[in-house]
Design a protein around this ligand. Structure first.
Ligand SMILES: C[S@@+](CC[C@H](N)C(=O)[O-])C[C@H]1O[C@@H](n2cnc3c(N)ncnc32)[C@H](O)[C@@H]1O
Length: 644
């Protein structure tokens, strides 16, 4: 399938020769004929340049979605393709493509939260075009304007919703910029439905990017998405930005300061923010109150100082929390933050808390703008400090649920009481999971590429009286050089950046052969790719199966979803149970499993019961291997049983 790239409109673009000029040009007689060969004027045809796309990026995933739409509607790629050369070089063709289309029905959502529809092709009889419609919801009938063409799809602006999707409820919209701002996609969708959309995103991600596991029916059903306790005012970090024109004219009015616009939609005329590519935004309904106060302060400051800037910039707004007793007063010199431009005082919000801990009776929230300043967050009774500009999760309200879930999934099955467990936290940042999961393990080792984050991980371990954690600065694969914990007693947490893990790391992880892997990801598509590759392409991958996959809604109102996948290693000696677990028939099954010794006998005390919804495919395969064991020494009933 051709990679995605855009065709820019002809208007406003410099072109050396307009389409058809060769024919229209009046030719001068060549007086020097015979002496010198006259150079013919060159026709510079604009060429379509295909850009390489990462298959796990939204544009990469779109290629899978297009393929699926084609299959579902019995279409060939040829019938939806656009002739990019003619669109680029022929203004008639350009205008024919870039048009208004009425009554298009949104068929589904893309991974990016845009609607997808099929419209009639402007050039091909019975041909179709796949159109991306931002803010379109499945079931909507819409009027759209096509403004950009690509080889296999077009981009559009939503002009009008003619008939509403059952999922559309515009009265839920809580933001005056919704419909123009690129930040939120689902403000007009009931929250429970948003969670369903996110579950579908995870299902699709594994279908597209974990093809071997999907084909072999080796994936569990995706669990329901964990809601965020806060659905608005949850973001503890925002980064509004502004652009300045390259030509550097003396600006008399401040440029827009805010977030990127999503095309030029017209369906919500009341949406504010102006019509530039960066919208002028004064408040953000998903930001916390103090972040919004900081945004107001920094805007006022920017409006006074914008003439001093030579180029565009991004402003950091990061929430900081200080805890004080009732008697203590807030010391501004120790907690610099965004300043109210009228009063010249640091903006703060005080929250009184009622608890028995006399040390923490009020919380003071401020908004930090210096990336090097240290900020503090509190999660599940733990304190975390980190540099404002470094990575830290930015929905504090869901972190207790996520960290508990990860901790509960780290336990190694078949453990005997008092057997030591170890934890390796690859991509550990400032120690969020290392510290919140440290209680039930003998030792934790964290690795992180940012030396600054490691400095804070060490400091956070100390602050929280965690004595069993050590941290290493380096790339994730560095951990395998220094790791000395027994792999069959070690669980590994992976929480890489959006691009996921690289092959070198996954191969080393497989060679190390840990007992359990809990993979947390802000890009479920790279996670699905990595899980498929790890299980099917690495040396020991076949020893693992995916026990569960669950989404966590870190970003309500947006299309983003965080996913946690749990991979479990089944010891080879449990070959019979290994086979049972890897089998699947979508039934809800419970299995009692025990480790077996060299002779295949159950090892006392190693029994574990698994609730294995969706892991058994027909009794046949399981029964065969178990019957063989049973025949050897009548072990069947002792080793395992399953019930529905
Ligand atoms: C998504 S963050 C997770 C951080 C931490 N688990 C948390 O939740 O706060 C990914 C982290 O991986 C780090 N990182 C990026 N590439 C890395 C690599 N090759 N090896 C180790 N750490 C890396 C980044 O600096 C960042 O702190």
């Amino acid at each position: 399938m051709a990679p995605a790239a855009a065709a820019e409109p002809l208007e406003g673009k410099k072109r050396s020769v307009s389409p058809g000029r060769e024919e229209n040009e009046t030719k001068k007689p060549n007086l020097d004929q015979g002496k010198q060969k006259k150079k013919q004027p060159k026709i510079h045809k604009r060429k379509y340049k295909a850009k390489e796309v990462d298959p796990t990026s939204p544009m990469g995933v779109l290629q899978y979605e297009i393929k699926e739409l084609l299959q579902q509607h019995g279409l060939e790629e040829e019938s939806i393709s656009n002739d990019m050369s003619s669109i680029l070089n022929d203004s008639e063709s350009f205008n024919k493509h870039h048009r208004i289309v009425e009554n298009a029905k949104i068929l589904r959502l893309s991974s990016n939260g845009d609607g997808l529809t099929l419209i009639n092709h402007p050039n091909k009889e019975n041909g179709k075009q796949i159109a991306l419609v931002p803010f379109g919801l499945p079931g909507d009938i819409v009027k759209i304007r096509v403004f950009k063409s690509h080889p296999l799809y077009v981009e559009t602006d939503l002009l009008e919703v003619i008939e509403s999707s059952p999922n559309r409820n515009d009265s839920l919209i809580n933001c005056r910029y919704f419909g123009k701002c690129s930040g939120c996609q689902y403000q007009n969708v009931d929250y429970n439905q948003q969670l369903i959309f996110k579950k579908q995103t995870i299902e699709n991600a594994y279908k597209y990017l974990a093809p071997i596991l999907s084909k072999n029916d080796q994936l569990p059903s995706i669990s329901s998405t964990e809601p965020s306790p806060l659905q608005f005012t949850y973001r503890t970090k925002l980064t509004p930005h502004f652009n300045l024109p390259y030509s550097k004219p003396v600006l008399t009015t401040p440029p827009s300061l805010g977030f990127g616009a999503k095309g030029k939609p017209a369906w919500r005329p009341q949406a504010q923010g102006g019509d530039f590519s960066v919208l002028d935004i004064e408040e953000c309904s998903i930001g916390t109150s103090i972040i919004n106060q900081g945004m107001k302060n920094e805007r006022t400051k920017f409006h006074k100082e914008f003439k001093n800037y030579k180029k565009g910039a991004t402003i950091l707004l990061r929430e900081d929390t200080t805890t004080l007793t009732k008697e203590e007063t807030f010391d501004e010199s120790k907690h610099p933050g965004s300043v109210n431009q009228e009063t010249q005082e640091i903006s703060k919000i005080e929250i009184n808390i009622e608890n028995d801990d006399s040390k923490h009776e009020k919380l003071i929230k401020t908004c930090v703008t210096d990336p090097r300043q240290i900020v503090t967050e509190y999660i599940n009774g733990f304190t975390f400090e980190f540099s404002a500009g470094e990575f830290f999760q930015n929905n504090n309200s869901i972190l207790p649920a996520v960290t508990n879930y990860v901790k509960n999934n780290l336990s190694i099955p078949n453990s005997l009481p008092n057997e030591p467990n170890y934890l390796v936290d690859a991509y550990c940042g400032s120690g969020l999971f290392s510290i919140t999961c440290s209680k039930n393990v003998s030792r934790v080792i964290g690795v992180e590429v940012s030396a600054d984050s490691v400095k804070f991980a060490e400091r956070n371990a100390k602050t929280n009286n965690i004595e069993n954690a050590t941290f290493i600065v380096g790339k994730a694969e560095k951990i395998f050089g220094s790791i000395d914990t027994p792999s069959n007693r070690t669980s590994v947490i992976l929480d890489p950046p959006r691009k996921g893990c690289d092959d070198v790391f996954l191969n080393q992880l497989s060679d190390y052969h840990p007992a359990k892997i809990v993979y947390i990801s802000c890009n479920v598509h790279s996670q699905a790719r990595d899980v498929d590759w790890f299980i099917n392409k690495t040396g020991n991958g076949k020893d693992y199966y995916v026990e569960s996959i669950k989404g966590f809604d870190f970003f309500p109102q947006t299309h983003h979803v965080e996913s946690v996948a749990v991979e479990l290693y089944v010891p080879r000696k449990c070959s019979a149970t290994n086979r049972i677990i890897k089998a699947k028939d979508h039934a809800s099954v419970q299995i009692n499993i025990a480790n077996v010794d060299e002779e295949g006998r159950a090892i006392a005390g190693s029994n574990t019961t698994y609730a294995l919804a969706g892991h058994i495919r027909g009794r046949g395969e399981a029964d065969d291997s178990l019957n063989r064991l049973a025949q050897q020494d009548g072990l069947l009933k002792n080793v395992w049983s399953y019930s529905r």
